[in-house]
Design a protein around this ligand. Structure first.
Ligand SMILES: CC(=O)SCCNC(=O)CCNC(=O)[C@H](O)C(C)(C)COP(=O)(O)OP(=O)(O)OC[C@H]1O[C@@H](n2cnc3c(N)ncnc32)[C@H](O)[C@@H]1OP(=O)(O)O
Length: 404
């Protein structure tokens, strides 16, 4: 529990661990408001604060569309003077015990470094696509209906509610997305000098169709540049959502065609980004995959029963979980596209795996068969790995549009 008086020293301790750059006052103020002070931890050495961490009370979309309670572990730092003495380990112990006590079946986080959290049972469940497109060469062939979509510029704050309505309709459609908590929409509009990094203020274009209102939006900045051969500006895309293929194509064609620019940079797109299928020259897009969301099943039975499965599945999982031993043992998972149950069983195991692999596969973005091929899932009953892998899959790539 963080006392109001401790907030500034707590936040400064956190910032110092990330290099000590000061935050713009509007960002600091917003972070202060979004932080759940009753879920923050501090580690103290006498009167010296040497560790910070906390949790947000989220709901995350899982395959099938349910919004499942998940603790968003965040703001983890240990003072460099006290590193590698187990401070993070003791804070994670406390955090996960608290998550369990609150009956949240999942803990999720974005890692500063991917190596840190596997030891605590977090598996890498979603990835993000980063692109740097040479728009002097890459062009989009758009689907029918694209020209019926109207685009207009709008001040980002003025159309925020309409954009949020689009966002809210996307949340149940894609595993990994977080139901927006009050206040979080303001993060999307933060526009400090640090955010701009030499580019323009945040701009917004909304997509509309007669009778339907706003059906998509793109927020971006433009960084102008010129050399001896002419203009070579960059479009920096910060967020974009669209409700249908035509709106998506219209927005991205606009971004590709902006005058005086020759590059689009977008850092956090879903792996199944549709415009990638429309581009004439994929080699000009420089697609890179990065880690995004790590998932930890805190209550294996509740978590596995909360999602649905692409095809009927009946499998006994033997789960290893040294850090949260209450999950260890055998679980019978029975489910299909309508629902599932997951109960303890004394039956023989079909698959043996650690809770980390279960977390990686949970949102349907990483195949159990892929993990099995890496030697991380052991198949005891022949055929069980393929059956379970197909059932756990998702037709939509899981994705988290923003970090936390
Ligand atoms: C969700 C988030 O908020 S992500 C942000 C994480 N924070 C940062 O990256 C800020 C800068 N770094 C730090 O503050 C710290 O170095 C932390 C928080 C990453 C680690 O804190 P520590 O107290 O040093 O970790 P702790 O001593 O509990 O280490 C536990 C184990 O993890 C390992 N470990 C810890 N950090 C790292 C790392 N960055 N890379 C690789 N291994 C690591 C330790 O070596 C140790 O391994 P061992 O058990 O085999 O000996």
């Amino acid at each position: 529990m963080l006392r109001e008086d401790d907030w500034n020293v707590w936040y400064d301790t956190l910032l110092r661990a990330f290099g000590g750059m000061p935050e713009a006052s509007e960002k600091r103020e917003l972070e202060g408001r979004l932080t759940e002070h009753d879920r923050c931890l501090g580690a103290w050495d006498d009167d010296q604060l040497v560790g910070t961490s906390g949790a947000y009370t989220f709901r995350i979309t899982v395959p099938g569309g349910a919004a499942v309670p998940a603790a968003g572990i965040t703001m983890v730092s240990v003072a460099a003077t006290h590193r590698r003495r187990g401070v993070l380990t003791s804070m994670m112990r406390r955090l996960l015990d608290d998550v369990r006590a609150k009956d949240e079946p999942l803990a999720v986080l974005c890692a500063s470094e991917p190596e840190i959290y596997g030891r605590f049972g977090y598996g890498l469940a979603t990835h993000r696509l980063s692109v740097e497109v040479d728009t002097t060469r890459a062009r989009l062939s758009v689907p029918p209906g694209t020209d019926d979509v109207r685009l207009r510029y709008a001040a980002p704050a003025e159309v925020l509610d309409a954009c949020e309505a689009v966002y809210a309709r996307q949340v149940p459609r894609r595993p990994g997305m977080l139901a927006r908590q009050p206040g979080w929409e303001r993060l999307e509009l933060l526009d400090t000098e640090r955010h701009r990094d030499g580019a323009s203020p945040l701009q917004c274009v909304v997509a509309e169709r007669d009778g339907e209102g706003v059906i998509g939006y793109a927020r971006f900045r433009v960084k102008p540049d010129w050399d001896h051969s002419g203009p070579k500006g960059t479009v920096l895309v910060s967020s974009s959502e669209a409700l249908d293929p035509a709106a998506h194509a219209a927005l991205w064609r606009f971004l590709f065609d902006l005058d005086l620019t020759s590059t689009i940079v977008a850092r956090g797109r879903p792996l199944d980004e549709p415009w990638v299928q429309l581009v004439n020259d994929i080699r000009r897009c420089d697609l890179r995959v990065r880690d995004e969301l790590f998932v930890r099943l805190v209550d294996v039975g509740v978590a596995l029963a909360a999602r649905t499965y692409q095809v009927p599945v009946d499998v006994v999982l033997e789960v290893e979980d040294a850090f949260c031993p209450w999950n260890e043992g055998r679980w019978r998972l029975t489910g299909d596209a309508k629902g599932a149950s997951c109960e303890r069983t004394a039956d023989a195991a079909d698959l043996v795996l650690s809770v980390r692999e279960l977390g990686a596969a949970y949102l349907g973005g990483v195949g159990l068969a892929t993990l099995g091929a890496a030697g991380l899932v052991r198949e005891v009953r022949q055929g069980a790995l393929t059956e379970a892998s197909v059932a756990f899959g998702s037709t939509v790539a899981p994705w988290l549009p923003h970090g936390f």
